[in-house]
Design a protein around this ligand. Sequence first.
Ligand code: ARG
Length: 473
Amino acid sequence: MTKKQKRPGAAKPVSKPWSGRFRNRTHRLVETFTSSLSFDRRLYPYDLQGSVAHCKALERAGVLSRKETAQILRGLEEVRSELESGRFSFAEEDEDIHMAIERRLTELIGPIGGKLHTGRSRNDQVALDVRLYLRDALGALLDSLRRFQRVLLEKARAHLDVVMPGYTHLQRAQPVLFAHHLLAYVEMIERDKGRVRDALVRLDVMPLGSGALAGTNYPVDRTYTARLLGFTQVSENSLDAVSDRDFAIEVLASLAMVMMHLSRLSEELVLWASQEFQFVDLPDSFCTGSSMMPQKKNPDVPELVRGKTGRVYGHLLALLTTLKGLPLSYNRDLQEDKEALFDAMSTVVASLEVSTELIKGLTVNRAMLAKAAGSGYLLATELADYLVTKGVPFRQAHVTIGRVVRWCLDRKQDLRDLTLADLRSFSDRFEKDALDVVTVEGAIERKAQIGGTARKRVEARIKALEKVLTLRS
Ligand code: ARG
């Protein structure tokens, strides 16, 4: 043995759990570049939960004695209390939360701590931790979505008498109830919740026991581990289990959809609060001023919700792209899933929270909405449908009323100002009752089929949705 060669088994200056086959220690730059500790430390409760279950499964498999199991479990509790109280000190060589916890466990209870990782890899460990985290986070997200729906429903109920112009192409189209408009968002959020619940079904798969990629040599009862952790299924393919992140992409897609919905509402609030619309007033406490123009009251909150939507879409695209070229099974690229998930989740929850309060504090300018609903030829379709009741084919009725509108436009008058004689000059099918049709109220009430804006329908839908929300509170 030459002088330079070290004795096999000699300790290196900084020991990593995997340092055995290495001659040199990790470069400082690589240490920083590869570390996930700054963002995955928040996974510690889930990592501990997984370790406790794994430890019990190892005992049941006869790998750990009862005494060793008790020691490890006690050690894990000590680690937990250090982490919870902030007493835990992270070491330079801790690459991630998994290594940090194992290192500290071994410091606390000695070499027995090194038995915990038997039959486990950080690959199946992190797959488990992310699933456990998402299960919790999605539960909280569902609560936020429900709170947002409740506030929209309350606003709708309190404004059942308010009519507004409904739009297509941002052109005034037909009158609708303001409540009907708000309920459209409640329906969107209901579907968002459905997507979140679907994602929870796919999350409900326990990956521990997959090892690094091939499975485990130890006779662990994986269904026992799953039961301990509250999963109903165990993964059926170890390669898939350590490299699958489609559950995470699915969550990001659901989050992107929530943001898309919030962003559409935000855009409407920005428009409605403008001097051009003046449909609503946003609470002062949710607006900001200009540093230069003293008169300004800016809708920064809905603008930012709209703006943050791009960021959440970005996370979805980023993870899709990260995954697309990866050979099976685990690759370090997968570490990139966490920041995307954490940031998307906190952005959506914060956006929901602030939007909930914003809607709560919103005041509706009833007079302005009524005025807008009463003008702009919103009742033209009603007149066409009137002719249909008199036997005129709809296509023909459409052309006739188009001419009426053109005539009114030329004379700068509204449909409301038409006399029976005016109408009869376009079609002799118009009778006295035609003038009764030209009312906003009538237009609303005739939309009486399921999904229509008639007051009774809207009220019934509010009731039904309120029930759904209390049943699933
Ligand atoms: N920090 C890693 C991640 O987030 C944990 C798994 C590391 N596995 C490995 N073989 N380097 O994905």
